[in-house]
Design a protein around this ligand. Structure first.
Ligand SMILES: Nc1nc2c([nH]c(=O)n2[C@H]2C[C@H](O)[C@@H](COP(=O)(O)OP(=O)(O)OP(=O)(O)O)O2)c(=O)[nH]1
Length: 130
């Protein structure tokens, strides 16, 4: 049976109404796909603490989660993911890529110009139509 993993991802919007998009590096799983930064929820951790931890680890900044935005399940070849997208604001620091190849801020209407991780497409569509 495929493993089910719970992943939290941050929809971070700036004052110009742009959304932070992160490119997975060639060394990561799902290489060269765009995603919302985040990662796996650890055992015993709540989703908001997991998100804060992942963003601090990956982007070296502090966030405040504002709203549970979107949740969906997607089946990949090797596992099933429940992707929980949470809106958040940066409260300290500037996002800096350490694991990702690139970070970009994009207006909603331009989000579909990127090659997203397949699990993200429903959340991206919801954001574009918001
Ligand atoms: N962070 C994130 N992961 C996503 C998204 N969409 C999507 O399919 N994924 C997949 C990619 C990975 O297989 C998995 C998340 O794993 P990860 O490697 O980013 O998480 P992590 O930092 O906790 O990983 P690890 O160090 O435990 O390996 O979910 C997304 O929008 N954000």
């Amino acid at each position: 049976m495929k493993k089910v993993i719970n992943v939290v991802a941050a929809i971070i919007e700036n004052k110009q109404n742009e959304i932070l998009c992160a490119l997975r590096s060639p060394q990561m799983s799902l290489p060269n796909r765009w995603e919302f930064p985040g990662g796996k929820v650890e055992k015993g951790e709540d989703i908001f603490s997991a998100l804060k931890r992942e963003i601090l680890e990956e982007l070296d900044c502090q966030i405040k989660a504002t709203e549970l935005f979107h949740e969906n399940t997607h089946e990949y070849d090797r596992f099933i993911i429940t992707l929980i997208c949470i809106k958040a604001n940066i409260i300290e620091g500037t996002p800096t890529a350490s694991e990702h190849s690139k970070l970009v801020w994009l207006k909603r209407e331009n989000l579909d110009s990127l090659k997203w991780a397949p699990a993200d497409i429903p959340a991206v569509t919801t954001l574009i139509n918001e």
